[in-house]
Ligand binder design. Sequence first.
Ligand code: NDP
Length: 269
Amino acid sequence: MIQIDLTGQVAVVTGGSSGIGLATAELFLQAGASVAICGRNGERLAQAQATLGAKFPQAPLLAQTCDVLDAQQVAAFADAVQQRFGRTDMLVNNAGQGRVSTFSDTTDEAWREELDLKYFSVIRPTRAFLPMLRDAAGAGKNAAVVCVNSLLAQQPEPHMVATSSARAGVLSLTKSLAVELAPQRIRVNSILIGIVESGQWRRRHAKEAQPGQSWEDWTAELARKKNIPLGRFGRPEEAAQALFYLATTLSSYTTGSHIDVSGGVARHV
Ligand code: NDP
């Protein structure tokens, strides 16, 4: 089995207080990295910090409230990481959420909000952490940015018109970033996910499931309706493993690329 020791390296995970981000923070901690996570809701963040702290009592972990859409808060988060750990080797741009709306019911304001979220949740943290990533790369270390994107980038859904469109734009952005940063030895990649179990889906189960219908039965039925070949939702740790691969030297010769974590939903060859 390949084992990777990240002792002395620092991983930053935006939106690390829940779901995929939390599972990713856990993987980095398991591998010995120092980890910084952020989220907007202080309570949820404190809960995540407590959960991770209980599993990895000695682990170097920083948790700071930060809205990735707020440039000042992102700069303050990067400063805090610099002060606490002195470096950043891996940045995972994960913070965000989807928007369900068709072209007919998406207002101009909703379009702007969605484009703002999808683009600036990548742009702001990447810009703020770039100097530290450059330092890591300049010292001959692995330096990587990985973005959580969606299969919607390549396979748009009309009921998520704005999200799909923004996701395609971000896929293009990560490709450009990868080419621009390659000479500086900073790799940039992304994962394209389908449906991954998250707080959002748990809430929908609570609201929409038949009385007594278990989470397993409800998600299996949805997976059938949505034609997911593997017949189930993904788990946060399955997305986290792909992020971990792209963030570490396991993928040292890969940049400007993406991994599909959609259970086979992609129809293109
Ligand atoms: P969760 O809701 O479980 O986690 C989202 C995390 O992002 C939370 O920690 C949340 O904390 C944080 N977050 C959201 N907005 C911001 C913000 N503006 N600034 C800082 N932190 C923020 O969802 P998932 O784990 O499922 O989602 C992770 C990523 O995957 C998201 O970008 C989502 O859009 C994407 N995705 C998920 C899919 C799925 O099926 N689950 C499908 C396609 C894409 P807080 O709310 O406290 O800020």
